[in-house]
Design a protein around this ligand. Structure first.
Ligand SMILES: [Mg+2]
Length: 388
């Protein structure tokens, strides 16, 4: 199984932002927390951690441990702003980003390698970008699933990059404290430890039945997690549901060639946006509005998702013809693709033909990026451009 899941966790985030914004604080123990002595520490810089200060500790205690510490109330608007910049960097590499908190995320890198290199190279690039653009360090864990990736990022902090390979899973997991296992809360930890189960290795000595008897459903989960098995998907929090483009014509159109020409132009736009976002979709839809404002939406599902201009265009024509939508004056036309997934999530370029289409599409994208929208036109497009 491929190492495609990445967990990125910024190091001492709030404190690091304060040190970055005010260089005088660099190298000093910075403690971000409540204004008054009644608050608790939200983040301590690594310099402050040397004094034993950690998050969730009462400020009073932190002041006792580290009297020379710089205590700051925190600027949450500023942290949110930096967080947005961090996530922009993540989205550059993959649309599959699951935000866990302001400074922590899972990234699913399945299918990204053709564009950006393998996940290890992507991890290095992300660390570089975070440092060069924002002056911040992150710890990254790379593994085959979410549970292992999160464990891994914790194994090499700060400024770490831990790649948890298949062959090392047992050796690395077994000595870890059971509290490191996702889903082991205080109660479960106490119960297990009272039975002498204190490490993941010991946890593995219990059978599935024993764990289920002891902890119910949670026990079944622990059985699998302790063996490095975790089937949870990276859940995209603000996923784009569809990508579409529609146009209202200056004059209603009835000529089939003109209509197909604009359909092709819209298919190019939509497929290009999909490719830019690293997405493909398995539902193609069209929208037709006639001069009298009656509107039809029709869609067709594909067995395999696509972001190829030719397939989107072909299916859009099929929808127009099958539903007998041509022949009346059309006021508005639209093409869309939904049921999105990351490009390459399904089998990529199985057929020679697909590779050719891929290359053609990518070449056109490149030319348009460089020389503008009208630099490349297909024969059918020419009619459409002339008529506009
Ligand atoms: Mg963090």
């Amino acid at each position: 199984m491929a190492l495609n899941i990445m967990h990125v966790d910024m190091d001492a985030f709030y404190a690091a932002v304060e040190q970055q914004d005010n260089p005088a604080l660099k190298g000093k123990p910075v403690i971000v927390g409540g204004l008054s002595n009644r608050g608790v520490v939200s983040t301590a810089s690594y310099e402050a951690r040397k004094y034993g200060v950690h998050s969730a500790m009462p400020i009073v205690e932190a002041k006792r441990l580290c009297p020379e510490g710089v205590f700051l109330p925190g600027r949450h608007d500023r942290y949110a702003e930096v967080s947005r910049q961090i996530f922009e960097i993540f989205y550059h590499y993959t649309p599959l980003v699951e935000k866990l908190s302001i400074d922590e995320a899972f990234l699913d890198l399945t299918g990204c390698s053709r564009l950006f290199g393998d996940p290890i190279q992507i991890g290095k690039k992300i660390k570089e970008e975070l440092y060069n653009k924002l002056g911040l360090t992150a710890s990254i864990g790379l593994a085959r699933n979410k549970f292992l990736a999160k464990l891994a990022s914790d194994l090499d902090k700060p400024d770490g990059f831990f790649i948890l390979e298949e062959k090392d899973i047992d050796r690395i997991l077994e000595p870890l404290d059971i509290s490191k296992v996702w889903g082991v809360g205080k109660k479960t930890e106490e119960l297990l430890k009272s039975k002498g189960i204190d490490t993941i290795g010991r946890l593995k000595s219990l059978s599935l039945d024993e764990l289920e008897m002891l902890l119910g459903k949670n026990g079944i989960q622990l059985y699998y997690l302790s063996r490095g098995i975790d089937n949870r998907k990276v859940e995209v929090n603000n996923q784009v549901k569809s990508i579409s483009h529609e146009e209202t014509f200056a004059e209603n159109r009835v000529d089939k060639n003109l209509i197909l020409a604009s359909l092709l132009r819209m298919s190019i736009k939509v497929s290009r946006r999909l490719r830019k976002a690293g997405l493909q979709g398995s539902t193609i839809e069209i929208k037709v509005r006639y001069g009298d404002f009656t509107t039809y939406n029709r869609s067709v599902s594909l067995a395999v998702g696509t972001n190829k201009t030719d397939i989107i265009y072909e299916k859009a024509i099929y929808l127009l013809e099958k539903n007998r939508l041509l022949g009346k004056p059309i006021r508005l036309l639209g093409v869309g693709v939904s049921n999105l997934s990351p490009e390459g999530a399904q089998q990529l370029s199985l057929f020679e033909n697909n590779i050719k289409m891929d290359k053609l599409d990518k070449t056109i994208d490149l030319l348009r990026d460089r020389f503008g929208e009208s630099s490349v036109m297909r024969a059918r497009n020419l009619d459409d451009f002339k008529s506009r």
